[in-house]
Design a protein around this ligand. Sequence first.
Ligand code: HEC
Ligand code: HEC
Ligand code: HEC
Length: 142
Amino acid sequence: MYDGGKVIIGLIVLFIICTFPFFYNMGRAAKVPEPKLDTPAIKKLPEWERVCVQPTPWMRANHMRLLDHWRNWALREANREYIGFNGKRYTISLQNTCLNCHSNYDKFCNECHSYMGIKPYCWGCHLQKPKEWAKGELKEGR
Ligand code: HEC
Ligand code: HEC
Ligand code: HEC
């Protein structure tokens, strides 16, 4: 025989566990991340070239995997050239390519990451800002 009461309590507990992340995030959902694209390097591009190395939806879902590939290609295969979906050639470099266009780390990358509670461990070694920043040629916040 089934104990109907226990089954129902079990279902309620299961429901709470499954929906907890949803309720837990409800308060925060008001401030959806809005990664900003208004950096000097991106503004300099003509409008039809204002794209990423791959289409945006793909980048949104796969940039972390792409960075893994970039590291492996650069370090294991000594290949530092990447051909983007638009046929353009890019140098494989986190700092000097990704973060040259996306030089506003806090308002771009971190806009999403802090929302998601992600802290990539890259920045103990890599600079978050492009080399111009390290040389003092870019103002903070760019
Ligand atoms: C322990 C130090 C360290 C950490 C942590 C680290 N890297 Fe690197 N990474 C290096 C070094 C050293 C190189 C080689 C630099 C070179 O030869 O250009 C490199 C190269 C790379 C490259 C290819 C070349 C370049 O200049 O961009 C990519 C892409 C890369 N790392 C991505 C990442 C990402 C993404 C993370 C975090 C998830 C990360 N790395 C964390 C040390 C580190
Ligand atoms: C030539 C400049 C340029 C380079 C280099 C570049 N990006 Fe982008 N990226 C852009 C632009 C412009 C967009 C937005 C395109 C659009 O709105 O269609 C974008 C979009 C993105 C997005 C999606 C943002 C969103 O709103 O969902 C991510 C993530 C991203 N880039 C990460 C990276 C990473 C990681 C690298 C290096 C592997 C990189 N980008 C290299 C210019 C660049
Ligand atoms: C549109 C939102 C968004 C933008 C913009 C964005 N990221 Fe991410 N990033 C994410 C999400 C979400 C994850 C976690 C995905 C997962 O765990 O599968 C992530 C994961 C990563 C990781 C792997 C971290 C880990 O610990 O596994 C790296 C490295 C990374 N992002 C680098 C960048 C860099 C560099 C930029 C800026 C050039 C950037 N991201 C911009 C949303 C974003």
